[in-house]
Structures are given as structure tokens and as C-alpha cells.
Design a protein around this ligand. Structure first.
Ligand SMILES: [Zn+2]
Length: 457
């Protein structure tokens, strides 16, 4: 299969230029002006940008919380992903109490293999850290997993600071990185009890229990733990100006920190919890304020933020109603995997906060590096995997759950305007999305990842 993309503007982190791109047998064969070669398909990308396929560093598909299971599984989630320009998702295989990492890996392969329309890899989220789990880590690297996750919160997942310290040393020495959900568990439990005692039970209580300092304390603590473990740290879904300050301060002390943020933290506002369907915004960390949004965008501009994931973790309004009388019982998370590129383009590039080149960096290149996929993925170059996005910057539309492919009857971005979107997608050398329509589902493959490229070390 040969595909020729003509007349587009090729965007890389290092610059942009008018060029054609020839794809052959799953690889990029040639990038040059005015390629005149035969192809099975010719795509006219006039007035469009051509990017390396986008990588979502943070999704939760088919995740069982114990009380309910996410609305999207790999089938629906990866369809939405690829239509939005995400050619690779990194999902959190989750080792629950009583499971081994091998169990979790097998289970995630069962969930994803043969059912995915984007490529996919797994981070390994661990709920226990002991000699038995440590003995599995080398096998995880052999299975293509070089990134892990730990939580400071959630009763089912929470580990201790000492376990984070030990795991950072152990996994860092093997070329891996651990993402940490940073919030202060004890304080937020106390604040949940305070709000409930006042009879404050609706979704507006959620952000009150987890204000900025709850995250910033967790980030500051993680930075000091990394200082002691001398290992790299990855802060997942950073949402606050104060948290970002802690990251920057740590870097000044020489700590190697990678920071991820998400579109909800530079587009949405804490006041939205008061809306009639406020439960749909219940996620952790919660939506923030104008100063936080400005800080996250500034962090993207100054390259303090490394990459943008979505933390896609969708629930229907019926599932969200589990907490209709108690905000603390609302399943945490929202749908967004389809909307990341159009939101970054509209609210960060078009507003002038970042450049197109930085969009390529934030949505693909840096994730490919840290998570061991570069240079096969993350950059448009000869020999790279042919995962390619043709992005049309002039396609104004309104985001709605009704047009999203998520298996979910709500969207935190409902009614938000976007000025462009992904038009065509080439996945593993095949045209799978054409004019915004998924024409070839189920072409996703497992991405075997190498050790991290620690570009901040
Ligand atoms: Zn998450």
C-alpha cells in the first residue's frame, strides 16, 4: 500500500514546511517538495497541517472501579481516539489488590487485542509494592512496558511515600519512570468529612475538598521523594499554578521531572460544578480557576509542561447518578480522548499561547521519547512508522457528546467551539480515517515500548 499526501504543511517540533509525504509498507518512505510517484491513494492536504500521529499519554478504558466500569472500552475508546487524531493511546493496565502485574497485563491484552482502532501501549498501575511485585518488573520491561503509575489517593490504589521512594529507585535504575497521582489523601479525606458534616452534598463540594494546595502539597512531596531516590519523576494530570511552581522549583534544584497536563485544565472552570449536570465534571484533580488555566498555558508555552494527555475516564449520567445524594460517591472522570487535538489547536495554538511546532511537541514527540517509542513514533521522518494526521485548521464546529464517538451520553466540553479538527488519519501505513469518518476500524496494534529516553536528565 502506497499513500501520497500532497500539498500539505508538514509540522515538526523544529519547524514547518510545504512538502509531500510518501508512505509505503507502513513506513514513511519520502518527505520532499512535489513528489511525483505512483500511489494507491493520493490525499490532497492543501490548507491542512500534516503531523506525526498524536499520542495520548493517559487513558482509562474498560476500567473496573469496583463500584462500576468505565463507559468506554477499548473498542469505543480507540475509535474516538483515532478519529480525533490520536494514533497511539497509553492506557493504565491496573494491578488491583490480589492480582499480579502479569495478571493485569494479560487482562489488559484481553481487553484491547483485536478490538482497537488506534495503536495502544500500557503503563502498569500498581496498587501494591513488595518483593513479589518487584520480582515482576523485569518481565514487564520484556513485555514492552517501561512506565508505571502509583497513586497517593484512592483506597483501592493508594501506596505509601516509602513505597513510591523504593519503586522510583528500583524502576528508575531499569530505565523506567513512574507517574504519580499527586494529592494529599489525609487532608482531602478530612475535607470531605467537613463538607458532609455541613450537609454540602452536591458536586460543588468536590472542588472544595481538593483545592489547589491539596495537589501542590502532593507535587512538592513527590519532588522531594525524587530528590532522595535520585530517579526521574512524572507528575500526571497537573492542574494548578501552585503545582507547576513546585515542578519548576524542583527542576532548579536539579530534579528530573516530567509534567503532564490535560485540556480540561486550560479550558474549563470550577464554576461549572454548579451547572445542573455538574456531576459530569467530577474528576480528580477538579476543574480549576482562571489563574491556573493561565499558568498551564504558560507552562506549555515555556516547555515546562512536557505533554498533554486526556485522563479519559468516561461515565454515563446514570453512572454519575450513583452520587446524586453524595458527591464523594460520584465516579471520577470524564470523556475527552477524541477532543484533545482540536482543543489544543483552538485554545492554545489559535489563541497564540503556543506554536504549531509546540503542538507537535506536546501531543506527540515528547511522549514518544519519554515512553520509549521515539524515533519510530513522535516525529515525521523517513523510516518512521506511518502514523500520520492531516489536520484541517479551518473546520469550525461545536463539540457535543452526540457527535463524539465516546460511548457516553455527556461531555465536559459540551457546547464548546473548536475551529479545526483532524480530517484524515494514516495508521500503520493505512488510511483509516477519511474526511472525519472512521473507514477502517480495528487496525490498532500493541506498541512494544523500549526504556525511557530521559531528555531532561
Ligand atoms: Zn487517570
Amino acid at each position: 500500500m502506497r499513500i501520497l499526501i500532497k500539498n500539505g504543511t508538514v509540522v515538526r517540533s523544529t519547524g514547518r514546511k510545504k512538502a509531500d509525504v510518501l508512505v509505503k509498507d507502513g513506513r514513511i518512505e519520502k518527505i520532499a517538495p512535489a513528489i511525483e510517484e505512483n500511489a494507491d491513494r493520493v490525499i490532497d492536504a492543501s490548507d491542512c497541517y500534516v503531523f506525526a500521529g498524536f499520542i495520548d499519554t493517559h487513558t482509562h478504558f474498560d476500567l473496573d472501579l469496583g463500584t462500576t466500569v468505565t463507559a468506554d472500552d477499548f473498542e469505543t475508546g480507540t475509535k474516538a481516539a483515532v478519529v480525533g487524531g490520536t494514533t497511539t493511546v497509553l492506557d493504565f493496565a491496573t494491578q488491583d489488590h490480589g492480582m499480579t502485574m502479569h495478571d493485569a497485563l494479560d487482562l489488559w491484552h484481553k481487553k484491547a487485542d483485536g478490538r482497537s482502532s488506534s495503536n495502544y501501549g500500557f503503563h502498569m498501575a500498581v496498587s501494591e509494592w513488595n518483593d513479589a511485585r518487584k520480582a515482576e518488573v523485569d518481565d514487564m520491561f520484556k513485555a514492552g512496558i517501561s512506565s508505571f503509575k502509583m497513586y497517593m489517593v484512592y483506597d483501592a490504589m493508594k501506596v505509601s511515600d516509602g513505597q513510591i521512594y523504593d519503586a522510583q529507585k528500583f524502576i528508575g535504575a531499569r530505565g523506567g519512570v513512574i507517574g504519580v497521582h499527586c494529592e494529599n489523601y489525609d487532608v482531602l479525606q478530612a475535607r470531605i468529612a467537613e463538607e458532609k458534616a455541613k450537609g454540602h452534598m452536591d458536586p460543588t463540594a468536590h472542588p472544595v475538598t481538593r483545592p489547589q494546595a491539596v495537589e501542590a502539597e502532593g507535587v512538592a512531596r513527590l519532588m522531594r521523594i525524587a530528590e532522595l531516590s535520585k530517579a526521574p519523576a512524572w507528575v500526571v494530570h497537573l492542574s494548578t499554578a501552585d503545582g507547576l511552581e513546585e515542578v519548576k522549583r524542583a527542576r532548579k534544584r536539579g530534579i528530573e521531572v516530567y509534567a503532564e497536563s490535560c485540556p480540561q485544565y486550560f479550558t474549563l472552570d470550577v464554576k461549572q460544578y454548579a451547572e445542573p449536570d455538574g456531576a459530569k465534571y467530577v474528576m480528580s484533580p477538579p476543574l480549576r480557576e482562571a489563574g491556573d488555566r493561565a499558568a498551564i498555558l504558560d507552562g506549555m508555552k515555556k516547555k515546562d509542561i512536557d505533554f498533554i494527555g486526556t485522563d479519559h475516564c468516561s461515565f454515563t449520567m446514570a453512572q454519575k447518578a450513583m452520587g446524586k445524594d453524595d458527591f464523594s460517591k460520584i465516579p471520577n472522570g470524564g470523556a475527552g480522548v477524541q477532543n484533545r487535538a482540536e482543543l489544543v489547536y483552538t485554545y492554545a495554538v489559535e489563541t497564540g499561547a503556543i506554536t504549531l511546532e509546540q503542538m507537535a511537541l506536546l501531543l506527540s514527540e515528547r511522549a514518544a521519547k519519554l515512553f520509549g517509542m521515539y524515533p519510530k513514533k513522535g516525529v515525521l521522518r523517513v523510516g518512521a512508522d506511518a502514523d500520520i494526521v492531516v489536520f484541517d485548521p479551518n473546520d469550525p464546529h461545536t463539540i457535543s457528546w452526540e457527535t463524539n464517538l465516546h460511548a457516553c451520553d455527556n461531555s465536559p466540553y459540551e457546547g464548546i467551539k473548536a475551529s479545526g479538527r483532524t480530517r484524515d488519519v494514516i495508521l500503520n501505513g493505512e488510511l483509516v480515517v477519511e474526511n472525519g469518518q472512521l473507514v477502517k476500524p480495528n487496525c490498532g496494534r500493541y506498541v512494544f515500548r523500549k526504556p525511557c529516553i530521559r531528555y531532561r536528565s
